[in-house]
Design a protein around this ligand. Structure first.
Ligand code: NI
Length: 225
């Protein structure tokens, strides 16, 4: 499932994030790429030990914890602290697959990456290019969102970031180990949850809602790992 989650950060939060990021110390992004990815990665990022990165990362995780669309679609068990990256003119990230296992810095916990996420931080009219292009079984999807919006997609997908040809593209990226590893299973649960919410809005007293809720939670129990 590729899902657009709008307004993860408010307009004023995005402006504050950009202000801090513009003054930060950017490093070559290849430092944290896996073997294959380092050959195609050409961007800048903040060190995970950077105090600006740590502070913004915590704020973003706080916003994610309040976002029901994220919680219900990704079903997060562990969230990798968001990493901030910057693409200036000529920078890009060629086709790659994200590492399947990532170690959370500082705490030594290794997580499986089930869901990948990008939070767009630059206004779309402030740069040209820089689309996130995701390949899945249904074709190729080009994603370029408003500042503060997020896309999540299966970490199993091949994806790339097209070259930026004008301006600067700032974004946060992170990974989730989900309670439900399989993207198809997560998608089914998400559809069931949406159905429950829609029925609840129109038929709040229907006994069928209890059975639907029972199916949802018992499937979630069955698939949780
Ligand atoms: Ni990637």
């Amino acid at each position: 499932m590729i899902l657009h989650i709008p307004e993860v950060l408010t307009e004023s939060e995005v402006v504050a994030f950009r202000g801090q990021l513009e003054a930060a110390s950017w490093l070559d992004g290849r430092a944290t790429a896996g073997h294959l990815a380092s050959a195609v990665k050409a961007n800048l990022q903040l060190a995970e030990s950077d105090p600006v990165a740590q502070s913004l990362s915590q704020k973003l995780v706080g916003a994610l914890e309040r976002n029901y669309l994220f919680l219900n679609s990704a079903l997060p068990r562990f969230v990798y602290p968001p990493v901030f990256n910057r693409y200036g003119v000529g920078m890009q990230y060629g086709a790659h697959v994200d590492n399947s296992i990532r170690q959370i810095p500082g705490i030594g916990l290794r997580i499986r990456t089930d869901v990948s996420a990008t939070v767009f931080l630059s206004e779309p009219d402030s740069y040209i290019g820089g689309e996130l292009v995701i390949h899945d079984a249904y074709g190729t999807h080009s994603v370029r969102l408003a500042a503060g919006d997020m896309v999540i997609y299966p970490s199993t997908s091949v994806h790339r970031v097209n070259p930026v040809t004008s301006g600067t593209r700032l974004a946060a990226v992170f990974w989730v180990q989900s309670f439900v590893a399989d993207d198809g299973d997560r998608t089914l649960l998400f559809e069931l949850d949406k159905t429950y919410r829609e029925l609840h809005a129109t038929l709040p007293d229907s006994p069928a809602l209890i059975r639907l809720s029972q199916c949802y939670h018992n499937l979630l129990r069955r698939w949780t790992i």
